[in-house]
Design a binder for this molecule. Structure first.
Ligand code: GRF
Length: 225
């Protein structure tokens, strides 16, 4: 039986779209059973509706900062839809420790940097300001602490001198769209294991190992020196 997944969003929903697309595959081990937004106007909601995925809105505004009550409302809907896994995809609310505890090992997040570097907002601007030559995206289990938790997957790219926060964001987003469906698929298939606070992937294919030993990103890659 496929794992039932709720995707929590606040805005555009391009990662949600990537997950919905991946879940169309018959062999994919998860189905997107619900999309929940804390913003009624989130563009991602229309994408979900167009894909015939059930949607719900739990607006945080009427809760006036009462996180417990807000999350209680979320929990109710997650329960009603018999959700097994929660995917945060651009969900812009900080969750309480008890919510995180309840979904420990069953909740993923996507973050647009190579964690643990650049937690928080404006990751691309800060990466450029820091002058890093390699940047990327991370899928991680959610643990207490913002953008914290065992790393499931990362994708990296070379930063160019002419990059702006926008050009970087666009290229990193493409990585997010590749690694999030893969990470969710691994979790849903029971292929991820948490060992001493780290995430390990039980069974690696020959491809994984080939790439792990063969792929190196060097940035900048200059040959005439
Ligand atoms: C993504 O860049 C994600 O990494 C960050 O918020 C953005 C959400 O984009 N957490 P989208 O709503 O999935 O298009």
């Amino acid at each position: 039986m496929k794992a039932r997944v709720a995707v929590l969003i606040s805005g555009r929903g391009s990662n949600l779209a990537a997950l919905v697309e991946a879940a169309k595959r018959r062999s994919y081990p998860a189905e997107i059973a619900l999309v929940l937004s804390n913003r009624p106007a989130a563009a991602g909601l229309s994408h979900a509706q167009a894909a015939s995925v059930p949607t719900g809105v739990i607006d945080h505004v009427p809760y006036h900062g009462d996180r417990e009550r807000f999350e209680h409302a979320i929990e109710e809907v997650l329960e009603r839809y018999r959700i097994d896994i929660v995917c945060l995809a651009g969900f812009m609310r900080v969750l309480t420790a008890s919510f995180i505890k309840r979904w420990e090992g069953r909740m993923l997040n996507v973050h647009p940097s190579l964690l643990p570097a650049f937690k928080g907002l404006d990751t691309h601007g800060r990466a450029l300001a820091a002058g890093v030559k390699v940047h990327g995206a991370t899928i991680h289990f959610v643990a207490a602490g913002v953008d914290d938790g065992p790393i499931v997957a990362q994708g990296a790219l070379a930063v160019h001198d002419q990059d702006t926060p926008e050009t970087l964001a666009n290229r990193v987003l493409e990585i997010e769209h590749r690694i999030y469906p893969m990470a969710l698929g691994l979790l849903a298939a029971g292929r991820l294991e948490l060992r001493e606070g780290r995430c390990v992937i039980g069974r690696q294919t020959t491809d994984d190992r080939g790439q792990a030993t063969g792929t190196v990103i060097i940035s900048p890659l200059i040959s005439d020196v």
